[in-house]
Design a protein around this ligand. Sequence first.
Ligand code: GAR
Length: 206
Amino acid sequence: MSTEATPLRLGILLSGRGSNFLAIAQSIRERRLAGVEIAIVLSNVAEAAGITAAVQLGVPCAVLVSKGRPRTEHDADMIATLRAHKVDLVCLAGYMRLLSPGFIAAFSNRILNIHPSLLPAFPGLDAQQQTFEYGVKIAGCTVHFVDEHLDHGAIILQRTVPVLDSDDAHSLAERILAEEHIAYTEAIARVASGEYEIQGRRYLKR
Ligand code: GAR
């Protein structure tokens, strides 16, 4: 899917802190993610710390505020911006807005998401809090392709963490986040290699 000469161009979408974006950027910088570059970081929230970080790193970035705008109209602007930056693969990294069917069709099988639970458990908002309150003993994160349903598409990989008796929701979320930062780089590398197939819901390495 990518070669040394033509790197795979990522469009990273975020709404807040941006730690997953920073982990991806660091992996690229440290050459742990070969044949990949960040084409643009896009936020739907003007105050997102992830955008401040992108500016500081000199990574191309833009804000397209979504608040008060119809989803399809906002997504059309997002699609146009991603296309203008020749994005091959869209990576949702804490992008807290549902994508329209038009967006998903525009980047069919080329959108990844990271979610802080072992899907299909605890989709939606506050997954770590949901995980903690439910009382499960194993928590974790999931990187998956995005389809038209929330936190739903074919799973590329999952990483687990034990839930400790001493945990609160915050300490659990921190340990899950550390695994997210490893998982996203690994998932992007797998997709960039092109050495996989999807059978139904199953992502399989070739
Ligand atoms: C991460 O924990 C990510 O898994 C979660 O938002 C956080 C963003 O953190 N995403 C979702 O819950 C999506 N359903 P970050 O801005 O520091 O990367």
